[in-house]
Design a protein around this ligand. Sequence first.
Ligand code: HEM
Length: 486
Amino acid sequence: MPATWILISAFAVALLGYFISSRTVGKRNGAHLPPGPIGLPLIGNILQLRGSQHHLTLSRLRKIYGDLFRCSVFGRDIIIISSEKVARDLLDKRSTKFSGRPSAAGYSAMGLEFNTGFIGYTDTWRLHRRFYHEALRRDVVSRYHSVQLRQAHALIVNIAAQPEGYEKHLQTFSASVILSAVYGYDAVQKDDALVAMVEHVDKLIAERVFSFEVLLASGLPFLLTTPTWVPDFGVKRALSLVREVVQKTTAAPFEYTQTTLANKTGNHSMVGDILRKWEDQSPPQDTVEALKNAAFTAYTAGAETTQSTLLTFVYAMLMNPEVQARAQEQIDAVVQAKRLPDLNDRLFLPLVDAILRETIRWMPSAPIGLPRSTTEDDVYEGYFIRKGSFVVVNIWEIFHDATRYTDPMSFNPNRFLRPDGTLTDDTSYTMIFGFGRRVCPGQYFADNSLWLVVASMLAMFNISKAKDDEGEEMEPDPHWVSGITQ
Ligand code: HEM
């Protein structure tokens, strides 16, 4: 059968399924599907959701459809949440129903089916969370302080030696600090092969995770198995390229830790500490596989998000020199220009924390978080949410709600400070790490890494605009690109 006919038949079957499903399960017990933009038959709203900067598209739609609305792609509902109350009601309080992840065929095609961030609400996921709990929970992350401090100091040395390469140095810091914590791997500061691998895989995943190819493969999974002569819009090739890189990158650092353990060397690390508990016994193969995948997730989830937050911090300081000067004054008063700040100084440097909170709020690095999916039907405030719906929280919109944050587009750390200069109780910035049972397990580690870099950079450098040949300041021209992070 010619390729076009195969495609037309498949579209027709999917179209029929779409109409049957939307007619029969569009409401339950008087509850209706949430409102939302009207889509095209079969493909739904995919064209409206194409492109980057999804948070801005979704923010525009919120103005029309409210805090809970629905888009649809190939008959699959995508529920968009745009208020903290709805996010807490559903993702925190009803977490048994809202803790799934979309089991999209597109993710499996990229080799991410074993990645914690993409596996469903299953026993394997619980095992991964146990590993993170052992290694990264709030009361144990202090075991990484010395590694984080060492990496922050290496970053300062690198920037001092080559300030114009700050972007690359922040990227190296973000990858190295996680490689140290997760695998006990001490990266060399320049051109480290493993760091380069992490950076590459991170970029690929971030670009592809909400991409057209993934949406298409998830809506029309047969595209992944058609013979090569059937047109597939480049989906198979795009996703299998990611798969190859993911497989290579999962194995390499894990083998490094195994070797150091066998040689009785190696630093403290999540993988090393967990494997060490087995002492002379070999851990079961499925435990080893789960640990390998959990570790891979940790570094891919942590590197890009950390780097992106730090780049935003640099931009915020460029544009707000008076805030920078006030923070430097506060730091100088505490460290007396004798040393770099460390985490023991945190209580005495509220402005540094306020700058970090405002950086996260102003330009959140993960503006729509990671999509969830529902594992059961549910009804919320008269709206019917179907089992298997994707759920997205538009963190960007929550952080730019003018009724909560006055003049939300301006960078103003004072909103997190009381008149006496102490920090307010507003910890809403932690929403950047998600909600409920799937909240980011690396949040305490990430928070410490970010604080250390922000404090150290403020202590050591004046962040200012570059000058042109005539000595005139040049205006920065940031480009916000978004995938998972922006
Ligand atoms: C600024 C830094 C970071 C940000 C903004 C961030 C943000 C997030 C977000 C929004 C999620 C999804 C949560 C949800 O579904 O509600 C997540 C999940 C995750 N994060 Fe982070 N993260 C950061 C750093 C880290 C670090 C440093 C690690 C590990 C060392 C890490 C490990 C993970 C893992 C394993 C998941 C998947 C959790 C699951 O699905 O159960 N993250 N992160």
